[in-house]
Design a protein around this ligand. Structure first.
Ligand code: R5P
Length: 286
């Protein structure tokens, strides 16, 4: 099997190739003066291909489609570590598209794997060759194992809202630590208000865990709240470090000690790799 890494997932693809002891194909890409994108898989494929490409931007979605088309001869597995548009998974107002579904339907492959997709119902929208279901892999263990070796004092994991409870529960289990949840109310697309549950964080090291950090609004509120309640240290951890706009400034301004993330999106904060998870999750060749 050859590993083909897209422009958004070059490091991760190299790590997966190393973990799986497979060859990493060279890919070239560029933008034409009119904004159209070009891509070429330079190395010859062998009929069994694993494409890895996160869809962090609209351009990266096009690159994914180009990779899939270029690698379409033979058996094709596609890993989309961060599946963009996943939060647009419902028709909130009349006339809106279900964008996550629109994108899922464009993916033509034999197998698709995503990592901690926002809502698992989106998996049902993929229409794969052979009727295979798309698979969601969870990086909870990856985060839990990393946090476990960080020597926290009386660690407490916090879910910033009810949506992340299952993830935080699973991370806490992997780490053998306690966890609790905050209650979040979104007042506008950029602003959230957090009301505390009865959590005693005094003199404890707290890690707030979420599936993604986008604008940092959710985390910034939680950090301020927990700092105010006397936490000794406050760290944030996420699977997908989207970190849009001034998210980093918002988090450090709120008093965070560190930002920890996986490499589903390759950022300076990506200190945990999902490569071993992909190796474990991808089925053996048929
Ligand atoms: C929401 O449902 C997600 O799990 C995250 O809590 C949210 O997307 C984070 O967004 P932001 O960083 O913009 O508050």
């Amino acid at each position: 099997m050859k590993i083909v890494g897209g422009p958004a997932s070059q490091l991760l693809a190299a790590r997966v190739a190393k973990n799986m002891e497979c060859e990493l194909a060279l890919v070239e890409f560029k933008e034409f003066p009119d904004g159209e994108l070009y891509l070429r898989i330079v190395d010859e494929l062998d009929g069994d291909t694993l494409v890895i490409q996160s869809t962090t931007t609209n351009d990266q979605i096009i690159y994914l489609l180009q990779l899939i088309d270029a690698a379409s001869d033979g058996f094709l597995r596609v890993v989309i570590p961060y599946f963009g548009y996943a939060r647009q998974d419902k028709r909130f107002k009349l006339g809106e598209p279900i964008s996550a579904r629109a994108i899922a339907r464009t993916i033509e492959a034999d197998e698709v794997y995503v990592i901690n997709i926002h809502d698992q119902h989106t998996l049902e929208h993929f229409q794969l060759r052979g009727g295979n279901p798309a698979m969601n892999l969870s990086a909870a263990q990856t985060i839990g194992s990393h946090l476990k070796q960080m020597n926290f004092v009386s660690p407490l994991l916090i879910s910033p809202d009810e949506g992340a409870i299952q993830l935080v529960h699973d991370v806490a289990q992997a780490m053998q630590s306690e966890f609790d949840v905050l209650v979040k109310k979104r007042v506008s697309p950029e602003q959230v208000q957090i009301q505390p549950k009865t959590v005693d964080v005094d003199e404890r090291d707290v890690v707030i865990v979420d599936d993604m950090i986008s604008t940092g609004g959710t985390m910034a509120e939680a950090i301020k709240l927990l700092r105010g309640q006397g936490a000794r240290q406050v760290h944030v951890a996420c699977i997908h470090p989207v970190l849009s706009l001034n998210a980093r400034l918002r988090l450090y301004h709120a008093g965070v000690d560190s930002i920890l993330a996986t490499d589903t999106i390759e950022r300076a904060e990506s200190c945990m790799s999902v490569a071993p998870l992909i190796k474990q999750g991808v089925k053996a060749p048929p």
